[in-house]
Design a protein around this ligand. Structure first.
Ligand code: BTN
Length: 329
């Protein structure tokens, strides 16, 4: 795990406060360090992705903040009370969910509540139903660690709250018409842009902790995916036509999620369900369902109080789907 050293932070702080460039000499005087120490810090910041111009005449100028999802960049934009106040950042990790399990096994889950684990790249990302989740750099691959005060039979509401939060964040930040495909895939038009994976540790009816994994294709080029995947997925940059500020987007997601997580904790399930329904791409659609047991078609007419999809078959019989794949026809 890389982090910016304290001295490089001080240099960064000065560069941010003097956007029109500042000489190495002035920086070294302000911080009481040598000019070669300033230079070392500049090199470190460049390695962390900060675009810093230097010229003999004018000194240093911060041209662009780092495009990495550094905790410092997320915190600058974050307006939450708990979620994301602590961030663990990794350049590479197999999976932020498995990293979350490691962090939870080493610490007190109560103190870890709200921690967000960020990876620039995952080498073994996991999707729903044990599928591989390809996670190159440029996407948002995170896990939120939660110790929720929610009864075990309503923990699924946390995933519903998170999918609503992501769809809302995409709409507010980029003006794109994001919708939710049952159970919790985020779609733009007919293409998937993100997904969620909730894992929990529970005993009897007590939830010890949840790991809410979120994956969103943001600035990662879709052309790098296998041809069959390219047909079915999109990314934010593909939709808007340019790379976007991932730190602002993530800060927005965390805020939207925190607001709704509070509703879940105070038992206001109906508010979440109604918002989920209003953003659903699945309801009122003809769907093909594959479960562990069987496959069938019908019309998706509702979700029940446990998040199960209610499908009306052509015979008129209602089927309740708790888990499985849902294909829009
Ligand atoms: C899905 O299949 O739609 C769920 C995808 C969830 C992917 C995210 S990326 C961050 C976190 N770490 C993982 O290994 N998976 C989740």
């Amino acid at each position: 795990m890389k982090r910016i050293s304290d001295s490089a932070f001080k240099v960064l702080d000065i560069l941010e406060r003097f956007p029109n460039s500042i000489s190495g000499e002035v920086i070294s005087n302000k911080l009481g360090i040598t000019r070669s120490a300033v230079w070392k810090n500049i090199k470190e910041l460049r390695l962390m992705g900060y675009d810093i111009q230097s010229s003999q005449k004018e000194g240093y100028r911060l041209v662009h903040s780092s495009s990495k999802l550094l905790p410092y960049e997320v915190h600058k934009k974050l307006h939450t009370e708990i979620i994301g106040k602590r961030i663990r950042y990794f350049e590479h990790t197999p999976s932020t969910n498995s990293m979350g399990k490691q962090i939870l096994s080493e610490g007190d889950p109560a103190k870890i509540h709200g921690t967000v684990i960020i990876a620039e790249e995952q080498t073994g990302g996991v999707g729903r139903l044990g599928r591989a989740w390809i996670s190159p750099s440029g996407g948002i691959w995170i896990t939120i660690l939660l110790k929720p005060k929610v009864p075990i039979d309503h923990v699924f509401m946390i995933t519903m709250a998170a999918s609503v939060a992501i769809a809302r964040a995409i709409r507010k930040e980029f003006g794109l018409g994001a919708l939710i495909k049952w159970p919790n895939d985020i779609f733009i038009g007919k293409k998937k842009i993100g997904g969620l994976l909730l894992e929990l540790s529970a005993e009897a009816d007590v939830v010890h902790y949840c790991l809410l994994g979120i994956g969103i294709d943001v600035n990662n080029p879709i052309k790098d995916f296998a041809a069959d995947l390219q047909r079915d997925i999109t990314s934010i940059s593909t939709e808007v036509g340019h790379d976007v500020d991932r730190a602002s987007f993530l800060a927005r997601i965390l805020k939207e999620f925190e607001n709704r997580f509070q509703l879940v904790e105070s038992g206001e399930y109906d508010a979440i369900t109604q918002e989920w329904k209003s953003l659903s791409a699945t309801l009122e659609n003809r769907v093909l369902i594959h479960t562990m047991k069987n496959s069938f078609e019908g019309e998706a007419i509702d979700i029940d109080e446990f998040g199960a999809l209610i499908v009306k078959k052509d015979t008129g019989k209602l089927e309740r789907v708790i888990a499985g794949d849902c294909i829009h026809r």
